[in-house]
Design a protein around this ligand. Structure first.
Ligand code: FAD
Ligand code: FMN
Ligand code: SF4
Length: 431
């Protein structure tokens, strides 16, 4: 390239697998590269044999790869950059201030919020939409041939423009439900200049994301709802808590548009004992965690059950998981799932092919595929058997305004990504 053309070179500080190169060798590689490059960019792992090191998952601490850059920096004089799971400005500031790296990089954090650096510069840190490390961005490519970010519906659609266009006619919009879908719909409608009221029947917004506050590796999902709430309020949305939208309420409000984002309720099938005092619904764990003993059986091995089981295992509890299918977490995306299963291996005893028949004070009586009965022991049972859309509420509200849209779990039990995307598009569709 000739002199004056800056060359940045990315290496892994260590490949972090048996047989790959280690940090000591990484330092030697860095020393050999130094005369030819201007900036060394220190990542970690390999794509094929350590995806979760290169792209630290929600199970890893933020900044878990910084130590690699810090060590390499001792061996070279050129600037050294670090990255991997960084999304908190205060932590990044600390990495720079303590001299562990000269530059901090972000990949996913900037998909989640491309305005992160600007918000930091303008002291608006509280408005940053943080990356959840959910891997939708990397998994959707395989699943739907799109590039998406769970929390930012504009990713992958930049060519259509990233500005929210003002609505030609300002309307009155009522949003029923303050989960991620309703919050994002309200925020988007307000940014278009509509007059927006969001009603949430409970005493706090967040919907299902409220339940994530008790699970440290998913806390960013809880925080997401708080950030969306703040953004919606700053965009002009009026939030009414403890306010259930009924047909009568909607008609009295007389809105031009009604977005129905009332979500879902937990499935609790008529298994004897499942309504007992020793049972906690996974969604309520954050409110009832003191009830959970040191020996737990999780009933239901979908994403929600698996993640709760991992969390309880991390807390040092003896955790068993009962799942009637052969596979765990088929609803987890293809990037997250292998990392999730690796954590399950560490913390949970799994019983697949077991169908729960009865909950007793000693645990769950199950039947295996050969019809044999087994007691899976545990003093507390966590019920994680899925969700059902609030179809009755949807039917009641369906045509209670000239324009109505049903979004998120109220339409089909799904993911944060779908709730946010449907909310965004329902708000754009208000003419
Ligand atoms: C335990 C658990 C863990 C999960 N983990 C993940 C995950 O890791 N990643 C992921 O992508 N997805 C996850 N999901 C799914 C995800 O949480 C949902 O898809 C998402 O929350 C749906 O958002 P929503 O806004 O449609 O509905 P909800 O989050 O259910 O919110 C609906 C809101 O509407 C309110 N409401 C209901 N009726 C009325 C009414 N008549 N008037 C006013 N308000 C009303 C409710 O009180 C609630 O606050 C998980 C689900 C569960 C159960
Ligand atoms: C959608 C997406 C695409 C990526 N593509 C590449 C790539 O082509 N080459 C590469 O070296 N790293 C790629 N990465 C990895 C990032 O550069 C980065 O190392 C990794 O995401 C960890 O940083 P983060 O935790 O800030 O996301 C990609 C990451 C994402 C999220
Ligand atoms: S899809 Fe998930 S992991 Fe990817 S950038 Fe968005 S929030 Fe982060």
């Amino acid at each position: 390239m000739g002199p004056g053309f800056p060359i940045e070179f990315r290496i892994s500080g260590s490949e972090l697998f048996e047989g790959g190169y280690d940090l000591e060798e990484g330092c030697r590689i860095a020393e050999q590269l130094e005369p030819y490059i201007d900036l060394l960019h220190v990542s970690a792992g390999t794509y094929q044999r350590g995806f979760g090191n290169t792209h630290p998952s929600m199970f890893r601490p933020h900044g878990c790869n910084v130590y690699l850059a810090a060590e390499i920096k001792k061996h070279v004089k050129i600037p050294v950059a670090t990255l991997g799971g960084l999304n908190d400005p205060a932590q990044m500031e600390e990495i720079l201030a303590s001299g562990q790296a000269d530059i901090v990089y972000m990949a996913r954090a900037l998909l989640a919020d491309p305005y992160l650096p600007r918000k930091v510069a303008e002291n608006r840190d509280e408005e940053i939409v943080h990356c959840l490390r959910c891997f939708t961005c990397m998994a959707e490519r395989a699943a739907t041939s799109t590039r998406r970010c769970a929390v930012n519906p504009q990713i992958g659609r930049e060519i259509e423009g990233v500005e929210i266009q003002p609505a030609p006619v300002k309307k009155k919009v009522l949003v029923a439900g303050g989960g991620p879908g309703g919050l994002y719909a309200a925020y988007t409608a307000a940014r278009r200049g509509h007059s927006v009221v969001l009603c949430e029947k409970s005493d706090a917004v967040g919907g299902i994301l409220k339940s994530e506050q008790a699970i440290p590796f998913k806390k960013e999902m809880y925080d997401l709802a708080q950030t969306y709430k703040l953004l919606a309020e700053r965009a002009g949305v009026e939030i009414r808590l403890n306010t259930e939208v009924t047909r009568e309420y909607a008609e009295k409000e007389g809105a031009d548009a009604l977005i129905i984002a009332v979500g879902s309720t937990p499935l609790v099938p008529p298994i004897p004992g499942l309504k007992g005092d020793n049972v906690v619904i996974v969604n309520d764990y954050y409110r009832e965690k003191d009830k959970v003993s040191d020996s737990v059986v999780v009933l239901g091995g979908g994403l929600a059950g698996c993640e709760c089981a991992i969390h309880l295992g991390m807390e040092g509890k003896k955790v068993r998981l009962v799942e009637m299918q052969d596979q765990l977490a088929p609803d987890a995306n293809v990037r997250h799932r292998p990392l999730l299963l690796a954590e399950i291996d560490k913390y949970v005893t799994v019983h697949t092919g077991y169908t729960g028949k009865q909950v007793t004070p000693e645990g769950i009586l199950c039947v295996d595929k050969d019809g044999q009965e087994h007691l899976v022991p545990g003093a507390t049972v966590i019920c994680a058997l899925g969700q059902r859309s609030r179809t009755d509420v949807v039917e009641e509200l369906r045509d209670a305004a000239p324009y109505t849209a049903v979004i998120g779990d109220a339409s089909r039990v799904s993911t944060i990504t779908n709730a946010v995307y449907w909310g965004y598009h329902a708000a754009l569709d208000i003419e």
